[in-house]
Design a protein around this ligand. Structure first.
Ligand code: ADP
Ligand code: MG
Length: 250
């Protein structure tokens, strides 16, 4: 068994009276592709925000690569090697594809704050490599706003790669793209995970994608983790059958 990269221990989060995360504990082994599923409002996004400390847990602990990171500033967590993929709205729409990745890379390399203008060749090799990995090298001078939706998702991933993540967290990476492109994106993520030695934790709605690309699946319901298992095991889970697969299918 490989070392766990992530240990989530008894996480709880209340929003007022709403118990959005209920005593959630799970472990992600190094190199795994782990899916989190659950209906709308089950607490998937909240759980990811707790892990990356964009939301503070009411109680519980997050251990990343053996270090307790509960309460650590989100940018420090990124520097430790845990990156949540930027959502499309976070792209700098007026900048080029290249500049979007360059900014992320500079942020990662920054030792001290500087107002000096950045030369466009700064960190160029690393930026181009991130773009090459997602297949955007030929579009690096295009303005981000004019990319197709699928290419914007690729750019999201390139920006995340610029942070050198060991654990990459994605909230519905293939949402809003056509089925074929969704599969291509998931295959890209899987190949990158192998190539860059990354562990993947992703939220996904589409069960075909989950069953095809996850090594292990965890199921959230009303804020609680009700099951974890292989795709085969989760396919046969009574709740999953009823909630996702129309019930009665074996
Ligand atoms: P999912 O991603 O599974 O759809 P969320 O984690 O977004 O679910 O939401 C879980 C529950 O927590 C929902 O009932 C949602 O309305 C509530 N919630 C999420 N964020 C907040 C917030 N910042 N303030 C109040 N309630 C929230
Ligand atoms: Mg969500």
């Amino acid at each position: 068994m490989s070392e766990p990269i992530l240990q989530v221990e008894h996480l709880n989060r209340y929003f007022g009276a709403l118990h959005a995360t209920r005593d959630v504990s799970f472990t992600v082994p190094q190199g795994q592709i782990r899916a989190i599923i659950g209906p709308n409002g089950a607490g998937k996004s909240t759980l990811m925000d707790l892990i990356t400390n964009r939301t503070t847990p009411t109680s519980g602990k997050v251990v990343f690569q053996g270090m307790d990171i509960t309460g650590m500033a989100p940018h420090k967590i990124v520097h430790k090697g845990m990156t949540k993929c930027f959502q499309i709205s976070k792209l700098f729409n007026a900048l080029t594809v290249y500049e979007n990745v360059q900014i992320a890379r500079i942020e990662m390399n920054r030792k001290t704050f500087s107002l000096l203008p950045v030369r466009d060749t700064y960190l160029k090799a690393e930026v181009v490599e991130c773009l090459r990995l997602v297949g955007l090298q030929d579009k690096m001078n295009e303005v981000a706003a004019y990319l197709s939706y699928g290419d914007q998702r690729r750019l999201d991933i390139a920006i995340a790669l610029a942070m050198d993540p060991k654990l990459l967290i994605l909230d519905e990476p293939a949402a809003g793209v056509a089925r074929e492109e969704a599969y291509t994106l998931m295959q890209l993520i899987r190949d990158l995970a192998a190539k860059r030695d990354m562990t993947i934790l992703f939220i996904e709605h589409d069960m075909d994608i989950v069953f095809n690309y996850a090594d292990e699946i965890s199921v959230l319901r009303d804020g609680a983790l009700i099951a974890s298992g292989t795709p085969e095991e989760i396919k046969n889970n009574a709740y999953v059958q009823e909630a996702y697969l129309g019930g009665g299918v074996s």
